[in-house]
Design a protein around this ligand. Structure first.
Ligand code: ZN
Length: 326
């Protein structure tokens, strides 16, 4: 079975870092990520540069990324204007942020949830009128809880998902950018989403704020989810969750999936090597991940028997039970 790992670092990660990664470095990084086998990358955001100067080069980044063979290029758009810009640049997919919590949505896009659904309907109409094949995706944020409202009604999340499907959204996923989700809830809600939406049920966007990220991934897989978001080195916190570490780490996710027999098509060593571009372009920025530090396990094999894993020349030093080199 295949799982699609959707890399969100160049958008979700970089927008939460105050410094701006140079356009040339972003392009090199995206190419390195794609060369590792990632088939979908969220490369930028068409938010007004006044709000997110780090994303001011979104047009250039999308135009460059769509040249990469076999890569699905995704861009975030907050509104109709952003959708026009993203489609003009050639983005294959656009993703529109909406939160299930009224307070979160108001803080994020200054609209009620209902107004946001209408805005998405407008984006779908724009796409259809233009005869564009651009896919429209929504990840419902605060689907598992909200830093402002606490608990969020599961019934309301499902109602939003159904309304979004009705107005023409191609794929509706659930997002936990504040790290409130637990595995039982993730399993229950994705099962329900899939039964309500069928083929329009989208992926899982999970954060590791409270260390539950990969446990939540396994729960999402149990429910039948086949697209999981992650960011290289786990970059990307959340402006509404101060001090929070960010997205689940792509490198650790790929190791988890392949070890469980789920095919990602990603070369784990090439993926880890792409971190060097981040480290060079954003010196001092914390880069997270366990697999990049510890390496893969002895005897590690990819899920696809046609792909053989060749370990690096020197095995890493063994540790004794105290954790010191043996
Ligand atoms: Zn995120």
């Amino acid at each position: 079975m295949q799982v699609l790992v959707s890399e969100v670092g160049p958008r979700d990660g970089l927008q939460s870092i105050k410094r701006t990664m140079p356009t040339e470095a972003k392009q090199r990084w995206i190419r390195a990520l794609a060369a590792s086998g990632l088939r979908e990358i969220e490369v930028g955001s068409f938010v007004h540069p006044k709000w997110l100067p780090q994303m001011a080069d979104a047009e250039d980044i999308v135009r460059d990324a769509v040249q990469i063979p076999g890569l699905t290029v995704l861009a975030l758009v907050p509104n109709l204007k952003g959708a026009q810009r993203a489609m003009a640049a050639g983005a294959h997919k656009i993703t529109v942020p909406i939160a299930a919590s009224q307070l979160h949505n108001m803080a994020n896009v200054r609209m009620t949830c209902e107004e946001s659904i209408d805005a998405v309907a407008g984006i779908c109409r724009l796409r259809d009128d233009a005869g564009s094949k651009t896919e429209v995706e929504v990840g419902i944020a605060s689907a598992f809880g909200c830093t402002r409202e606490g608990r969020v009604s599961e019934d309301w999340v499902m109602e939003m998902a159904v309304r979004l499907a009705r107005v023409g959204v191609d794929s509706i996923g659930l997002s936990d950018s504040v790290g409130y989700a637990n595995p039982a809830q993730v399993r229950r809600m994705f099962r329900r989403l899939i039964s309500e939406l069928g083929s329009k049920a989208g992926g899982a966007h999970l954060h590791n704020t409270r260390g539950q990220g990969l446990a939540n991934v396994v729960a999402a897989l149990d429910a039948g989810v086949t697209t999981i978001d992650a960011s290289q080195a786990g970059i990307g916190g959340c402006p509404y969750a101060p001090g929070a570490t960010g997205n689940i780490v792509t490198e650790d996710l790929v190791f988890l999936l392949e070890s469980m027999g789920l095919d990602t098509g990603i070369d784990i060593d090439k993926l880890v090597a792409a971190r060097a571009i981040l480290a060079e372009a954003l010196p001092g920025e914390p880069l997270y991940g366990h697999v990049p530090d510890a390496g893969v396990t002895k005897g590690f094999a990819y899920a696809d028997p046609a792909r053989s894993y060749v370990p690096a020349a020197e095995p890493r030093e063994a540790c004794n039970s105290a954790g010191a080199p043996a």
